[in-house]
Design a protein around this ligand. Structure first.
Ligand SMILES: NC(=O)c1ccc[n+]([C@@H]2O[C@H](COP(=O)([O-])OP(=O)(O)OC[C@H]3O[C@@H](n4cnc5c(N)ncnc54)[C@H](OP(=O)(O)O)[C@@H]3O)[C@@H](O)[C@H]2O)c1
Length: 263
């Protein structure tokens, strides 16, 4: 019960990592705000939560920035504060640079980066009023290195590190903590909803994702990291070695990754 009576707002809570986080935080005694576009899936998640905390469903499209202030207002009216904001909603990509329409590059940045920055900036004033709060950002190993077929996705995740490392430094003395989560492959709907170059969904469960980590285990590691106020956490299977190769042998990494077409 490490988060008893804390208000935890999870975006992208209708499936995958966000859904698993809802169950994990509920079991820890938290009150939840669950956001995604699919309301019926949010209802199912709410019904499957076992904890005694209250749950507010707040379905909306994160890229509709003009409704963020209203949504934050609804959370504050309901719970009075936000203790933890978990920016988890995101979309991946399955297309080569030259086969990707620029509108798709923009769409990925709008959701994975700009919507996260915008919502966070709406929430922080209320955290400051309560003398503290915790911002969590679900990035990826691909926020640390890049692979083919994921150019805009890698860019959006790299951008999160740049922005939120600065935010952490600026607001540390005012009690705001920032945890950036970098998962490897996790068994979720991510590859099904990943965008192709023309903006349509990839629609397939990729082998890498099918063999990925279980979302519940990943969620547990994320909750532990938030509790310990870790600044950055890596949660991955064997693909995590790529991080080490990139860091300690970048020339070798560059040669290997040219040939990679991970699906
Ligand atoms: N699975 C992996 O291997 C992996 C690895 C590294 C990082 N990640 C990151 O983990 C996060 C969660 O992804 P996942 O793997 O759990 O995939 P997922 O099962 O596809 O979940 C994505 C979530 O984001 C929500 N979402 C998508 N577009 C949205 C929008 N415009 N507005 C509001 N919500 C939106 C989806 O709900 P609706 O469709 O109902 O809106 C869903 O709840 C993402 O940021 C992803 O980049 C995943």
């Amino acid at each position: 019960m490490r988060f008893r009576n804390k208000v935890v707002w999870i975006t992208g809570a209708s499936s995958g990592i966000g859904e698993a986080l809802a169950y994990a935080f509920s079991a820890e005694g938290a009150h939840l705000v669950l956001t995604a576009r699919r309301q019926e899936r949010l209802e199912q998640v709410k019904n499957a939560c076992k904890g005694e905390g209250k749950i507010l469903l707040l379905p909306f499209d994160m890229t509709h920035l003009d409704c963020h202030a209203t949504m934050v207002g609804a959370v504050i009216e309901h719970f009075g504060q936000v203790d933890v904001l978990v920016n988890n909603a995101g979309v991946s990509q399955r297309s080569l640079v030259m086969e990707t329409d620029f509108s798709v590059d923009r769409r990925i940045m709008e959701l994975n980066y700009f919507s996260v920055v915008h919502l966070t900036k709406q929430v922080i004033p209320f955290m400051l009023q309560h003398e503290g709060g915790h911002i969590v950002v679900v990035s990826s190993l691909l926020g640390k290195f890049s692979t083919p077929l994921r150019s805009a996705y890698c860019a959006s995740k790299h951008a999160l590190h740049g922005y939120f490392n600065a935010l952490r430094a600026e607001l540390y003395d005012q009690g705001i903590r920032v945890t950036i989560v970098c998962p490897g492959f996790v068994k979720t709907e991510v590859s099904q909803h990943a965008l192709r170059g023309d903006g349509t969904e990839h629609g397939q469960v990729d082998p890498s994702i099918a063999k990925g980590l279980e979302p519940n285990k990943v969620a547990q590691r994320i909750v532990d990291a938030i509790h310990k106020k870790k600044e950055e956490v890596f949660i991955a299977g064997p693909e995590g070695f790529a991080l080490l190769i990139n860091r300690f042998a970048p020339g070798l990494f560059s040669k290997i990754i040219r040939k990679a077409r991970v699906t």
